[in-house]
Design a protein around this ligand. Structure first.
Ligand code: BDP
Length: 670
């Protein structure tokens, strides 16, 4: 059991007769095949796939009933087939129901580079690109892409951006477009469209033009011709994702133009073909006093200036995929522009492929946050799915954790995050508990186990608890009470680094900028007396966040700089509370180890051993975080670590020495 089958493990199926529309297509063939190889219902039953024009069905949604699946699109029939099978495999009754996706476009973003490496990838090299790229597409490539597409389709994902947002202009060259076309061909039968991340300066870098100024006629002509070339190769191409004027990437601002000028140039070229522009709002410059405010400041004045096939892609929080951030204030604030959430499935800041962290609760927290922008109930989910503001298109993106590793995601349990992302993009109201329950059943449960009396009590229930608690545990042992961005960059964002900051490094890339620890306290003052980032939130949130007495503990040090002896809602001091949170995180991971050990009889030996080992490393990581952060902050607080807290097993000097960049010795020397 190497995990390669994901949540789609083969089940002993019974015969079924699938009756479909007269016309044949690759998508319909896929739907039929899935039903035939996975059917668990009545043996010999007839399932009808029917294309309809049903107003109650939205986008690629479907209607299920005893007769089969009805949908307005072929994709809908495929999703209905998978929906039916999932209900059978997880023991849910199939009742008459309509299932509509919350978002029209549900995409993975792959941060894959043309040389086959994956930025922030922890599961091996890219499944799409290879360093040796002779551009030969092998049978193995195609098979893998198809398995990948099938997994996406099974959870309703319908798009894949197959290269890094830190994009290479090469992606739009003929050789790369040819491979992109081959990838598109493998994904198409599963309803997954390909998209590309493009570099804004491609006209100059690839096209040899003197400029990439979005208002320059030659540049406009170049993009129109390029887009035409792309659609000649890939008629159902999805569109472009752009990271512009951010972290060294070129953008319209290099030419004195706005994000709207840049996005609209591309949108205009894509529009005749039905293509989209997903323009990222992850922008910040080294100069500003509070990085958390920058995206809002840049984009709110442009509201209404974007063409209707532009969607602004906004990370869940205002900084950068931290273990916990309040929602980005752009959600709900852009009222005349389509906005889509971007989540990070790959666990850059949440333990990578080592720590077991189920991210559905984190995404649910963001989606359910009430922005109040159009009155109470204007949640992030509703502000982005078209319920609150009329927007032509809606979408959600997740930065993928997939690589060439046999189990796809590095950690067997990281598969759950891929699964969860797809399920939430389909239904942004879905509860994390249900997602955990489904995934565990599909990934670990055999038919016999699902039927056995002890499986629920001894495996499913404790493991569901573990999954649901795992994200809060990670917050507790790494960045509790609103702390953020205090990881070390020495080891690629894994592990603590509140001290981190090589000489000359820009301040907003270093932890001390974010935690502001000093003798007088800790935390980033974003109140009206500080950076005033609170004012970017709609009332009553601005007032609630602004006051430490009403600000939720989860966001306390995000919005406030408070003295070490600040009295918390619990009655304890801030220092004690911080120490207890770190300690609690460590204890939670130890509990996870015990839960997993007790699950041994219900898990195959292979996956059991791998996960057990990873939990051991995670446990050590949690202790390291706790010790490092408490000892580091203690230098400023000068307060004793509370007696209930496990005493540090590291020294601060030791941890910092270990965080130094690896020694580089000349080759051939010891
Ligand atoms: C940061 C990552 C960086 C990405 C960036 C982005 O560290 O590798 O390029 O996000 O989203 O979190 O553009």
């Amino acid at each position: 059991e190497d995990g390669h089958q994901l949540w789609l493990r083969p089940h002993a199926s019974v015969p079924v007769k699938v009756v479909g529309p007269a016309k044949s297509s690759a998508l319909l063939a896929t739907a039929r095949q899935e039903l035939q190889q996975g059917w668990q219902g009545t043996a010999g039953a007839t399932v009808t796939l029917k294309l309809t024009k049903d107003k109650a069905i939205k986008y690629d949604g479907f209607r299920l009933n005893a007769q089969g699946v009805q949908a307005n699109t072929e994709r809908g029939l495929l999703y209905g087939a998978f929906g039916l099978l999932r209900r059978q495999q997880t023991g849910q009754a199939v009742a008459e129901e309509i299932s509509n996706p919350s978002y029209e476009y549900r995409l993975l973003n792959h941060w894959d580079n043309p040389d086959g490496s994956v930025e922030r990838g922890y599961a091996g090299q890219s499944i799409f690109w290879r360093k040796d790229s002779s551009f030969v597409v092998t049978g193995h490539d195609r098979a893998l892409w198809q398995q990948y597409a099938r997994a996406n389709a099974s959870v309703g994902l319908n798009g894949a951006v197959i290269n890094n947002v830190n994009s290479s202009p090469l992606m739009l060259s003929a050789a790369y477009l040819a491979r992109t076309k081959a990838i598109a061909g493998a994904l198409r039968p599963y309803g997954v469209r390909v998209y590309l991340a493009v570099k804004f300066s491609s006209p100059a870098l690839l096209g040899g033009l003197k400029t990439s100024d979005p208002l320059d006629p030659a540049v406009i002509k170049w993009w129109h011709a390029k887009v035409k070339e792309v659609y000649q190769q890939i008629p159902d191409f999805g569109g472009f994702v752009v990271k512009a004027s951010s972290e060294g990437q070129p953008g319209p601002q290099d030419y004195g133009r706005t994000h709207a000028d840049g996005a609209n140039l591309l949108a205009d070229a894509l529009r005749p073909y039905g293509g989209l522009v997903m323009w990222r709002a992850f922008v910040y410059s080294p100069s500003d006093k509070d990085r958390a405010k920058q995206a809002y400041n840049e984009f709110v004045p442009l509201d209404g200036k974007f063409l209707d096939n532009v969607i602004i892609q906004v990370k869940n929080g205002p900084i950068d995929f931290q273990p916990r951030e309040p929602f980005s204030p752009l959600f709900g604030a852009l009222k005349k522009t389509a906005v889509m959430p971007e989540f990070q499935i790959t666990q850059e800041y949440l333990g990578q492929a080592i720590d077991l962290v189920f991210l559905a609760p984190m995404w649910q927290e963001c989606l359910r946050s009430d922005t109040h922008q159009a009155g109470p109930g204007s949640t992030v989910a509703r502000c982005t799915d078209g319920s609150v503001y009329a927007q032509k298109h809606s979408a959600m993106a997740g930065v993928s954790n997939v690589g060439l590793d046999t189990n796809w995601t590095g950690h067997d349990f990281a598969q759950a995050n891929w699964y969860a992302f797809g399920r939430l993009a389909w239904n942004n109201q879905l509860d994390s508990r249900q997602i955990a329950d489904e995934w565990l059943k599909l990934t670990f449960g055999t038919a016999a186990q699902l039927a056995a009396a002890d499986w629920d009590a001894h495996f499913l229930a404790p493991m569901t608890q573990l999954l649901l608690a795992s994200r809060e545990a990670a917050v507790n042992y790494s960045m509790p009470l609103g702390l953020h961005h205090i990881m070390s960059a020495t080891h690629g964002h894994y592990g603590p680094g509140p001290w981190w900051g090589p000489p000359g490094m820009r301040a907003d890339w270093t932890p001390p900028y974010y935690h502001q620890a000093a003798a007088n306290g800790v935390g980033f003052d974003r109140t009206t007396a500080g950076s005033n980032a609170v004012s970017q939130y709609h009332e009553p949130l601005a007032a609630e966040f602004n006051n430490p007495a009403t600000c939720p503990d989860e966001y306390l040090l995000w919005f406030h700089h408070l003295p070490w002896d600040f009295k918390m809602k619990s009655g304890r001091t801030l220092w004690d509370e911080l120490a207890l949170h770190y300690d609690h995180g460590v204890r939670q991971v130890r509990q996870f180890q015990q839960t997993w050990d007790a699950a041994r009889p219900y898990v195959d030996a292979e996956r059991f051993a791998v996960v057990q080992n990873k939990l051991r490393t995670q446990s050590g990581n949690a202790v390291l975080w706790k010790d490092a952060c408490l000892l580091y902050f203690q230098q400023f607080s000068h307060l004793p670590i509370p007696a209930e807290v496990e005493p540090p097993m590291h020294t601060l000097e030791g941890v910092i020495a270990n965080d130094a960049p690896p020694l580089r010795r000349p080759a051939g020397q010891p």
